[in-house]
Unconditional design. Sequence first.
Length: 404
Amino acid sequence: MFSKIILYSSLFVFILNINRIQAQTENVKKVIHDFELEVEAEYKYFYDEAAFTNQKDHYPSIALTPEYSIQWNEGYESVNLTGFFRLDRDEERTHWDIRELYYQKVKKKWELSLGLKKIYWGVTESNHLVDIINQTDQVESFDGEDKLGQPMAQFTWSSDAFGTFDLFYLPYHRKRTFPGEKGRLRFPLAIDKDDIKYESSAEEWRQDVAFRWSHYFGAFDVGISHFYGNGREPLFTFDTQGNINAFYPVINQTGIDLQVTHNAFLWKLESIYRSSKAQDFFAMVAGLEYTFSNIDGNGLDIGILGEYLYDERDELALSSMQNDVFFGSRIAFNDTQDTSILIGGLTDLDQSSKIFSIEASRRIGTSWKAEIEARIFNNIDSNEFILSNFQQDSFLKLSISKFF
C-alpha cells in the first residue's frame, strides 16, 4: 500500500512540474542538478552471549543513501529526493525507504512542500519528546535518531515580528519496524509490525494534522506545537502468558521546546502533555550545556551536558527514561576533518540501571568518513519494562562511508 503512495506522490510531483522544467531547460543556467551517493560499510559486534535463540554476535551490513535535487526558478522551486537501503543479516533490518521525495516552492514569506519529508523538532540531547511528525526507524538505530519519510503537505509562513508558523496535513501513518528473530535489541517474541493494530477504524489512513509556532526573543528560542492523530509510538501490554498486545492510539500532544543562550551556557527544555483513551501523561527533559571554547588555542571546544528526564507513563512507556539523569561531554576539534566525540551516561534514579554511550566521527580525505558508536547496558534492573530485554545487548559499531 505504501508503495502506491510513493508512486502516486512521484507522479503528482512529476505532472505538476514537467511543463515548467521543460520550459526552463532551454537555459541551462536556470536549472541546477545535484547528486550524491553515500556507500556505507558497517560492522556491529555484541560482546555478551545472546539472550534469545537465533540471535548472533556479529552483524555486518551495507547501506546506500542516494540524494538528488533539481532546482529552477532561481532556486525558489525544487524537487528533492533522499533514498535509503540497507542489507543486513537480520531480515527485518534489511529494508529500504524513501526518506524524502517532495516538491518545494518558496516565495517571500511562505513555503509549500508536498510529498515525503523529514521534520525535526527539539533542543535536548538525551530525548526528543516534541519530535512527533516522523516515524522512528527502530531497526536502524537504538537512539531513535533515524526517521522514516512522512507523506505530508507542509505550509510555512515566516515573519520577523510574529515568528514562523508551520501547518502540516499528514494523510498516511507509517508503522514502526522492530528487529526480527535474528536481530538484537528485541523483545523475547519478535514483533511483526503487521500485528500491531490501530485504535482508529481508519487505521493508517486516518488524516492527521499538526501545527508549530517558533520565534526568538533575544536570548530565547521557543517553539510551541500540537499534534492530533495516530501516535508514532505503539502502546504495549503483556498478558499473563507473556504475549505482547500492541496498538497505535489516537493522541493529542501539545509540546514546548525552549533554548536560552547566555554566554557559554545553553539552557534547554522540552515538555509534552499527551492525552488518549489509554492514558494522559506529562513528560519533560530539562538541562544545560556549558562549552569551554578554544581550549588549546587551535579551536578545541569541550561541552559539558547535564539533563533530567521525567515521564509519568510508568509501565506503558516505550521509553525507559521516566526518572533519570543524563551527563555527557561533547568534544569538537573544529579541524578540517570535522572530528567530534560525544560521550554520555544515563542513570535511573529509581532503579540500578545505567546506559553508557560514545559516538565519534572523523572525515578521511575529501570523500571518506569513519564513525564509532558504543552502547553499554550496565546493571539493568529486572523490573525495567523495556531495558530488561536488552541487558545482554551491549554493542560496538564501526562504520566507514564513501561519498560519490
